[in-house]
Design a protein around this ligand. Structure first.
Ligand SMILES: [Zn+2]
Length: 312
């Protein structure tokens, strides 16, 4: 359909207008989305004025039970060794542990940051991830989220501020966006602020669902990654490149990190179920086969989630 402009690349020719339903909670409300024929980004046509009702209260709830305040020292040293090894430090215990355990934070690459790096997590919610990093030995951790009730200052030093990215003015070595970027209505402005906040040698990690993937072509409107209307933009490598073209940032690498949920949840939607429907509708063999298929898709760049490593 002509005359519908892509908000990322401005292409107006050959774009599709599709109707997507809210499926995660089973509300069924319908929303118009644009599928760009050029950069392939899928994007909501108009941001609904009443987004609050699409975020259930538990979305930002602070669940004390998941944040143990007492440190298990044995766990702490093992995990710290493992992470030290994966971060590229000499650590024989970590090396041995790496035969058993995967990287707890695979989006932290070798020799890129240290335990003293200044880390900012954007769209952090109640700070689950930052507290996990704190327990693993990282020392300088800040989070921001404009939708939390108020600032949260933990005794262990982790600080979370009720702020939009435009209100931050310190610089950071490592900035992470774990499945928050797709919820932001003005991605072009966000990347400009990311560039402003990043130290020269720093790294930005953006983890998002990506549109040009197998699950989108297989499931169409039932693909879980669409998550209308909460996901405003489902990007592609190309649309992220276009956004970064107006900044001093570039994509250093893209690593696909999708899992079996792209199948399990999309299958549920296809069968008219909501996201929290029990997984026991699938056999163990089906789940294992979806897990293997996700690994294969990640290797071939067709998984439905990716981690973008961005530098200056
Ligand atoms: Zn486009």
């Amino acid at each position: 359909m002509d005359g519908i402009k892509c908000k990322i690349c401005n292409n107006e020719s050959g774009n599709d207008l599709i109707i997507l339903r809210e499926r995660q909670l089973g509300m069924g409300d319908m929303f118009e989305y644009i599928v760009c024929s050029s950069c392939k980004c899928i994007q909501i046509k108009e941001v609904p004025p009443d987004m609050g009702k699409y975020y259930p209260s538990e979305y930002y709830a602070f669940d004390e039970s998941t944040f143990p305040s007492k440190l298990n020292w044995f766990n702490f040293f093992l995990k710290k060794s493992l992470i030290r090894y994966y971060m590229g430090y000499f650590d024989p215990a970590g090396y041995l542990l790496s035969f058993i355990f995967d990287h707890p934070f695979p989006w932290i690459r070798k020799r890129e940051i240290s335990f003293n790096s200044k880390i900012l997590d954007v769209g952090t919610g109640a700070g689950r991830k930052l507290l996990s990093l704190k327990r693993s030995g990282f020392r300088n951790l800040t989070g921001i989220d404009p939708y939390i009730e108020g600032d949260i200052i933990f005794e262990n030093g982790v600080r979370i501020f009720k702020k939009d990215i435009s209100e931050v003015d310190e610089k950071y070595d490592f900035i992470t966006l774990h499945h928050s970027f797709e919820h932001m209505p003005d991605p072009a402005s966000v990347v400009k602020h990311l560039s402003r906040l990043l130290n020269t040698d720093g790294v930005i990690v953006i983890r998002i669902p990506v549109a040009d993937c197998h699950a989108w072509y297989k499931y169409g409107e039932f693909w879980v990654g669409l998550d209308a209307p909460r996901h405003f933009f489902i990007h592609t490598r190309k649309s992220i490149e276009i956004l970064l073209n107006n900044t001093d940032l570039f994509i250093d690498d893209v690593v696909f990190d999708s899992g079996p949920l792209q199948f399990l949840r999309s299958e549920k939607y296809k069968r008219g179920m909501i996201q929290s429907a029990p997984d026991n509708i699938f056999t163990k063999e089906e789940i294992e086969s979806y897990t293997r298929e996700a690994e294969m898709l990640n290797r071939t760049g067709k998984g439905d989630m990716a981690c973008f490593f961005i530098k200056k």
